[in-house]
Design a protein. Sequence first.
Length: 193
Amino acid sequence: MRAPTPPRARGALLAGGLLLLVAGVALVAWVLASAAGLVGGDDRTMAPAATTAAPSAEAARTVDYRLEPAQGDPVTVRLEVAADPATRARGLMEREEVPPGTGMVFLYPEDVAEAFWMKNTLVPLSIAFVAADGRVVSVHEMTPCKADPCPSYAPAGPYRYAVELTAGSFPDAGVGPGSRVVPVDPAALPKPV
């Protein structure tokens, strides 16, 4: 039979066991935080991974649209797609440039009559409001606005999508009400929400 452990030794054993338990929990927490990328911020090998990550599929999605004037040759442009409320709200805000022949298409799940504005948009833009059949409802030239109140640019009627391009693009292509602005490959478009 074993002799009973003196009370002082029992206290030391409990303290040692508690210390081991705390150290084990801390080690597990550190390993989990490292795996999640929450520690090791001074490790220069981690920085490129964060800066070279691929953009989200929505941000990277672009499609070709064809501007079809009543008279003249069609023009093809490359557009970023805004098919959800957050992307439509952000639009082309804070962009320092929109290269010629590029812009954004704002897709809606149903006909709308929402006006656009240029708050925090740094470059002048042209906008075409387009019906579901591809017919242009109206076109506006929009100027940047840095502070309220910013003017709004309303369509002449309901539209299914809107296309923003660099300023003057629609008039330069001969596109106005009654012209057509259509996707080159409608199957490539995401379903708007």
